[in-house]
Design a protein around this ligand. Sequence first.
Ligand SMILES: O=C[C@H](O)[C@H](O)[C@H](O)COP(=O)(O)O
Length: 247
Amino acid sequence: MTVSIQTDSNSSRTLQQPDSTVPMEAKRLAAEKAVAHVESGMVVGLGTGSTASWAIKALGEKVRAGLEIRAVASSVASEQLAQEVGIPVTDFSAFSFIDVTIDGADEVDAGVNLIKGGGGALVREKILAYNSRHFIVVVDETKLVDTLGEFPLPVEIIPFAAELTLGQLSSLGCLTSIRQQDGKDFITDNSNLIADCNFPTITAPSSLHDRLARIPGVVESGLFLQPMVSRLIVGYQDGRIEDRLIE
Ligand SMILES: O=C[C@H](O)[C@H](O)[C@H](O)COP(=O)(O)O
């Protein structure tokens, strides 16, 4: 699936979405490595996207082989996949914290700060990550960058006065557009819009995060900043896997 992003300079660029040209095998290997950290009795947060889907499928296999977990999902799509593969999905009132959440990312910088939200699930993903004892991020090597920003930053905004919110986002120095899908506005699981914000580069993610949070109408941004990630697992196209504990 591709999403064409129209910027306010009338140029366009294409976001590589799950299942296009990405190295699926590297994603699968990384996801399976992450699942090895899940133990019986745990409450597990399920991410969204193609890499997280590999983790959900691998978890489903382990559940069918006897692993006893309860899961919560970061999207309707991931919840449906979990149910299909036999993972018991529980209610948020049934526990007070998540033991481990496994999720993908669109970019990971040298300080293990992330851009997420390429699939539009960033708000629920961030809630799960924030409420998890361990947040395991699984990516293939193409997601590693020195500095964030090559991937347009997804920001979830409410539909009310979206044009004004978009203007406020642009004033931070980015080209913005409302994400489109099949010729219509992409609508999140929370009935909101995604503004894709194309910064030249994001050199100060923490300060940008604070400025975004001050804009009324912004629900959340796809910046997931340290300390949030506790483990980073990278799959390489040559079959290597790097499993790194983040202190
Ligand atoms: O909203 C979607 C998520 O943040 C995904 O985890 C992210 O876009 C990475 O997706 P994928 O694993 O398909 O590359």
